[in-house]
Design a protein around this ligand. Structure first.
Ligand code: GUN
Length: 282
């Protein structure tokens, strides 16, 4: 069974678009998201474009700032300071990765926590890990919604997460743990990866290596969530999972594209709306 992220995200976006229609009446305007792209990384350009298209489709206001690849750290921090102080801005997203002259952690820390739609600010991360109300990072949130949409309850299941990034691996492991799964986190130094992945009832692959999870590495009935967005040897878009050999053994699997990606974007819309409403209700 295919976990259709495109369909689930379309439903979520439609729901948000309905809510947006009522906002001008109550608040005088719609939510406003500013996306900042530094440099010309082709993958980042595609992501940023998809984000701004979704923002407009749900009826928010969208601004995209494109800065040159050689932008100084202080210039970027200055722009963020302006946006933090601008009351007409509800959400600020700085597309990652950033060019090497810019300290990513410093940039993330500089975003006002109440406008941190990515949920990457240390205060949001701390809140997530203490089960306090917070903005949950978009990709992990989207993964949990996709599981729920198919009636998959992680409770009591063995979940194996491959990858330990701040963006996906760590937060999705925490969300699965909160949903009462027994969670393992694997990474590049894991001694016997296939041994770990074969134990998984739910497998989340977030490593960024084309087709590295093959059919022999999974057990019959596994639920597979593929976060990877890579190019194969022919230049075709592919995930971290070798779909052709894994899908026949899986009970559920996400395609690439059309699985996790659209869910991330729909959750970004939800997070932007959350930031807007929270700033207004105090
Ligand atoms: N780069 C890859 N994924 C993400 C994301 O979710 N947010 C941002 N800002 N950059 C990313």
């Amino acid at each position: 069974m295919i976990l259709d992220g495109k369909a689930v995200s379309a439903a979520l976006k439609a729901e948000i678009a309905q809510k947006v229609k009522t906002l001008p009446q109550t608040y005088g305007r719609v939510p406003h998201l500013v996306v900042i792209l530094v440099g010309e990384d082709p993958a980042s350009q595609v992501y940023v474009r998809n984000k701004s298209l979704a923002v407009e489709a749900v009826g928010f206001r969208s601004t995209t700032l494109v800065l040159p690849a050689d932008t100084a750290e202080e210039t970027l921090l200055g722009r963020i300071r302006e946006l933090n102080a601008d009351d007409s801005v509800d959400g600020i997203l700085v597309q990652l990765p950033l060019p090497s002259q810019i300290d990513e952690a410093k940039v993330i820390r500089s975003i006002a926590v109440e406008k941190d739609v990515d949920g990457f600010h240390p205060l949001n991360v701390a809140a997530l890990f203490q089960k306090m109300p917070c903005i949950v990072p978009c990709t992990p949130k989207g993964i949990m919604k996709l599981l729920a949409s198919a009636g998959i309850d992680p409770k009591g299941k063995r979940a194996v997460v491959i990858g330990r990034s701040n963006i996906v691996g760590l937060p999705v492991a925490k969300l699965l743990l909160d949903a009462n799964a027994t969670v393992s986190i694997c990474h590049s130094r894991t001694a016997n990866l296939a041994e770990e992945t074969r134990r998984a009832d739910i497998l989340v692959a977030a490593v960024g290596r084309p087709k590295m999870i093959t059919g022999d590495m999974v057990s019959e009935g596994v639920v597979v969530i593929d976060v990877g967005v890579n190019r194969d040897k022919e230049g075709k878009l592919c995930g971290d999972v070798d779909f052709d050999s894994v899908a026949p053994k899986a009970s559920f699997i996400t395609p690439v594209p059309g699985g996790v990606g659209p869910m991330t974007i729909a959750c970004l819309m939800e997070n932007t709306l959350e930031c807007f409403l929270k700033r207004r209700s105090g």
